[in-house]
Design a protein around this ligand. Sequence first.
Ligand code: GRF
Length: 177
Amino acid sequence: MIGVLVSGTGTNLQALIDEGLEIAAVAANRRDALALQRARAAGIPTATFSLDCHADREERDLAMATWLEEHGVDFVVLAGYMHLLTKRFLDRFPERIVNVHPSLLPAFPGAHAIDDALAAGVETTGVTVHVVDEGIDSGPILRQEQIPIEPRETLVERVHAVEHRILPEVVKELCGR
Ligand code: GRF
């Protein structure tokens, strides 16, 4: 069963839902994540694991992993989840955690990938889906798609459209659905 971690607006979560993927649980690191409303609207159980309610990151991650497992989750998708995961969490779902990132990794890891690509003056950027490890957007790459920077007025929109298409595709492949 698929579990999804979110921090923000949840358009990637929505794409997974709209593609008919069966999502057992959605967890956020912040209570105000709009993605939680999308999950609830789809009838998916949700929970928030914010750092201020836990002793440290490790303890938070352990509680989150346990909650996901209690909901039958054995495959985790990071859909705009903006915290690094500790080893204790990664070890609970070995090789079974994927992330979507708005650049052609290893170029432009981190939280501002689209702006960083624009600032660097590259002609082509893209989207990467990769296995998650302890680094920042650094695990083995599963799928990449290139996107021309120009016309830059529509770049953000085009990047998100590619994310919303390839993330569900890769998750379906990996989950055998
Ligand atoms: C996406 O661009 C994703 O690649 C990045 O954060 C954004 C999340 O958007 N990690 P959303 O919350 O899925 O709308």
